[in-house]
Design a binder for this molecule. Structure first.
Ligand code: PMP
Length: 406
């Protein structure tokens, strides 16, 4: 494992040097969006300064260069997901669009009355609502796997809910609200044994540990670039090429067609099949650079984050009246909590005064919050560029907030 020096790594992220309300920025809202290394910022600048042209269409040099860079980014995505080829890697706006694409294009043609879609109670709204809507349209039914008090998917219940009626199983690799790492390979194996198609929402895993799609054995995997040190507006849906090629496209236009004639039109195969129109060229290039930046340090970054998680958990638990929500043994560095007598938003505002950025509210997981009888939580989410000193700042500021709210 390469030596991981957090002080050196931080220099790659210009924003981490800024101050907020007279304090050094302590950015602990990485589950909402991550910061970007200079390599990504420079790649965007270089693209627009030197290469900007539309892809796949031009015979001129700039278009060739832009196309090469765009397709090289797809290569980085395939490598990042442990894939041998790029054919299933579709560029989309983000995880939300990826999941919606599968619900619409796969769901519309494969689901019918009596079929079941199995989710879990800890899903983000982006992995609930598209399934609810397609269920309403097709007559399929949404079933929900319960979670344990510690915030793990109840595997016994999961097994019990799988049946010959289960046509699709969709679940988060990692919970954005609690940080729980789900046993994704095991859940996939069980779901596939029942004959279901499996979609994994990888939004919160991609930035924290190595994702090996072939080892997971799923059929679809979606993640967002902006949570993985890349730009906003770009993400990836990977799908098994044979499934993607059998799905009707959901947007029609340039680049995704094979032949257009007023007598009828034929479509290309994946990934172009689902990339109608001019794509987010700079976003894809930026994402490719982000992944190339991240991959060499991924294992060491994960180990560093686990040190931060252990330290922060210990410090927060020592604060009177503070309760951590979600204490699964397998977690990424995300801590959801409440402090007796204080509203999560008040905690967030008091921390902001000290330059500390956290997230408060339901985290787009209203059903999970309801399950715990909460309106929301405060959530500190770490990235590999966070430090033990920042853990200390968080704990000190929370202690101060607790006294002010008492
Ligand atoms: N799933 C999970 C688990 C998430 O955390 C998020 C973002 N918070 C999404 C899906 C949606 O991602 P995006 O908004 O980038 O499309």
């Amino acid at each position: 494992m390469p030596v991981f020096d957090v002080a050196t790594v931080r220099k790659d992220f210009p924003i981490l040097g800024r101050s907020v309300r007279g304090h050094p920025l302590t950015y602990l809202d990485n589950a909402a969006t991550s910061q970007k290394p200079l390599a990504v910022i420079k790649a965007l600048e270089r693209y627009y300064s030197e290469q900007n042209a539309n892809v796949h269409r031009g015979v001129h040099l700039l278009s060739e260069e832009a196309t090469t860079a765009y397709e090289a980014a797809r290569g980085s995505v395939a490598k990042f997901l442990g894939l041998k080829d790029t054919s299933g890697c579709v560029f989309v706006r983000g995880a939300t669009e990826g999941i919606n694409l599968v619900a619409e294009c796969w769901g519309r043609t494969h689901l019918k009355a009596g079929d079941e879609i199995l989710l879990t109670h800890l899903e983000h709204h982006a992995n609930i609502v598209p399934w609810q809507v397609i269920a309403e349209r097709t007559g399929a039914k949404v079933l929900v796997t319960p979670v344990t008090p510690r915030g793990e998917v109840d595997l016994v219940a999961f097994k019990g809910l799988l049946s010959a009626r289960t046509k699709l199983v969709a679940f988060a690799h990692v919970s954005n609200a609690l940080g729980t790492v789900n046993p994704a390979a095991e859940m996939t194996r069980l779901a596939k044994a029942a004959g279901a198609v499996v979609l994994i929402d990888g939004c919160q895993s991609a930035a924290h540990f190595k994702v090996d799609v072939p080892a997971l054995g799923c059929d679809f995997y979606a993640f967002s670039g902006h949570k993985t040190f890349g730009p906003t507006g770009i993400g990836v849906l990977w799908g098994r090429p044979e499934l993607l090629d059998a799905m009707p496209p959901y947007q029609f236009g340039g680049d995704m067609i094979r032949k257009v004639d007023f007598a009828g039109t034929t479509f290309r195969e994946a990934p172009e099949r689902f990339e109608a129109g001019t794509p987010d060229i700079s976003g894809a290039i930026g994402l490719g650079v982000a992944l190339e930046y991240f991959m060499p340090i991924q294992a060491a970054a994960h180990a560093h984050e686990q040190v931060l998680l252990a330290a922060a958990t210990e410090r927060l638990k020592a604060i009177k009246g503070l309760t951590i929500v979600g204490e699964a043994p397998e977690k990424v560095a995300v801590i959801s909590f409440n402090i007796e007598g204080g509203h999560p938003h008040d905690i967030g505002t008091l921390l902001d005064a000290d330059g500390i950025a956290i997230r408060t509210g339901h985290h787009c997981c209203m059903p999970l919050m309801k399950h715990y009888g909460l309106s929301g939580t405060a959530r500190a989410s770490f990235a590999f560029y966070n430090t033990l000193e920042e853990v200390d700042r968080l704990a000190v500021s929370l202690e101060k907030a607790r006294k002010m709210m008492a």
